[in-house]
Design a protein around this ligand. Structure first.
Ligand code: PLP
Ligand code: ZN
Length: 430
């Protein structure tokens, strides 16, 4: 791998570690990240090169840690960036965009981006089994992609995940281990297993490679805005990796001359029931106090975020901010996005929309600035949180008269069952 244009480097002491399945520096125990030879990249990438390729994350392949000769087998990413004028009207923004990873393929969350890059490296490191600790979406993405790529998969989750996320892991034939404990317990166990077994844990020993996949959200936002950066991005935070990697993507694009330099404010979103990062921001504190999660936003329920420290830095240095919203606001915000833009997001997306609304009310995000909301997962995976919001009315017969009665009852604000009864009494009279 000597010839590769990327390698691992310690984020604190700067020591380089080549390419290997390792996530922390042996010298100072700080996290490792992938670094590139940006001088040689400057002459080899361009807007035209990216645009000449298919619309998926592999169009940015030079900016990802991919082993020589790697042949991708899945068209992951390049999800829509849509303007959201109706939602904008509701929450007070005139230039609002939604980056819609609710429709990221193959498993309907942004985690497909990170897993596909991790598995490319798992293969080149010689792993036959891949694994992860997950709050749900990562489980789905690892299970599905392992099936397609011919890896055996071991998935470790907290026992209380949503049924759709559990089923959406099992269906791919993965081994699923439910743990009595929070995500933080699950993750600690996985670190121990990774020391014992020759398994590629996408978010443990392969974490630096995995994390690079998140940069593609940033590249796509810039390209979809016509190779311009937005004023603000609002990003949901669990471990805090995605927000730091969108920032890395924007910084790289500036460094490579692919966008004009511009300050972008980064805004982090959490659920109040698991808000270690937003709490630190709001208290102007540079240490993160771990929390015990208690929220319906299970995909974000990481009480001791691995990249929390770097998320604080990214937000703070950008002039951004972080906020958190209650479970009630999460559900309302899911409905607000669905009713105004036709996008059905999971609880994490409710967190993002609710937080954005709060930040606009606080005048931290201004109405005429270009603001991108990162919607990271699909609502069909967390339908349980909406169960008590909607009733299904009694069915009516396929008769026009019954429909007319139904409409009349509706106008009079009567339940549909009454309409059916009224109709049959009318029929009897006739
Ligand atoms: C994992 C996840 C996130 C946040 O990811 P981090 O990089 O750990 O902060 C956001 N949204 C959804 C839906 C996720 O599954
Ligand atoms: Zn170090």
């Amino acid at each position: 791998m000597e010839t590769s244009t990327y390698q691992l480097r310690c984020r604190e002491c700067g020591k380089t570690w080549g390419n290997q399945p390792r996530s922390y520096c042996e010298d100072c125990f700080s996290p490792l990240e992938v670094t590139y030879d940006y001088d040689s990249l400057r002459s080899s990438v361009s807007h035209e090169l990216f645009a000449s390729r298919a619309p998926n994350i592999w169009r940015y392949r030079e900016l990802l840690p991919l082993p020589a000769g790697y042949q991708p087998s899945l068209p992951v990413g390049y999800t829509p960036l849509v303007c959201a004028p109706r939602l904008g009207d509701q929450i007070g923004s005139r230039r609002l965009f939604v980056k819609n990873d609710a429709v990221c393929l193959p498993t309907l969350s942004f985690k497909d981006r990170v897993v596909t890059v991790a598995l490319a490296n798992a293969r080149s490191f010689g792993f036959h089994t891949v694994a992860c600790s997950s709050t749900g979406n990562l489980a789905n993405a690892v299970a599905a992609q392992a099936a397609r790529e011919g890896f055996k998969a071991w998935i470790f989750i907290p026992s209380d995940l949503e049924p759709a996320k559990i089923l959406g892991t099992q269906v791919f034939g993965a081994e699923l281990v439910r743990i009595n404990g929070s995500y933080d317990h699950v993750n600690r166990l996985c670190s121990q297993i990774a020391e014992e077994r020759e398994w590629g844990f996408v978010n443990v020993n392969l974490r630096p490679y995995y994390a690079e996949g998140s940069k593609t959200v940033g590249y796509e936002i810039a390209e979809q805005l016509g190779w311009k950066l937005p004023d603000n991005v609002v990003v949901p935070m669990a471990g805090g990796s995605l927000i730091t990697k969108i920032k890395k993507a924007f910084d790289e694009l500036i460094l490579l001359g692919l966008v004009d330099p511009k300050p972008v404010k980064f805004f982090g979103a959490q659920a109040t029931g698991c808000s270690p990062i937003s709490t630190a921001i709001k208290q102007y504190c540079d240490e993160i106090e771990p929390q015990r999660p208690k929220t319906i936003a299970r995909s974000l329920a990481i009480g001791n975020p691995a990249d929390g420290h770097y998320a604080l830095q990214a937000i703070g240095k950008s002039g951004g901010w972080a906020e958190d919203v209650s479970d009630h606001e999460v559900v309302e915000s899911i409905q607000l996005l669905a009713e105004n833009e036709g996008i059905f997001t999971e609880t994490a997306g409710g967190v993002t929309v609710g937080t954005a609304r709060k930040l606009i009310h606080q005048d931290r995000i201004l109405p005429d600035e270009t603001t991108v909301l990162c919607i990271t997962g699909n609502g069909l995976k967390t339908t349980d949180v909406l169960a008590d919001r909607y009733q299904v009315e009694a069915p009516i017969s396929p008769k026009l008269a019954e429909f007319e009665a139904y409409l009349a009852a509706k106008a009079a604000n009567l339940p549909a069952a009454f309409a059916a009864a009224a109709d049959s009494s009318n029929a009897a009279v006739a």
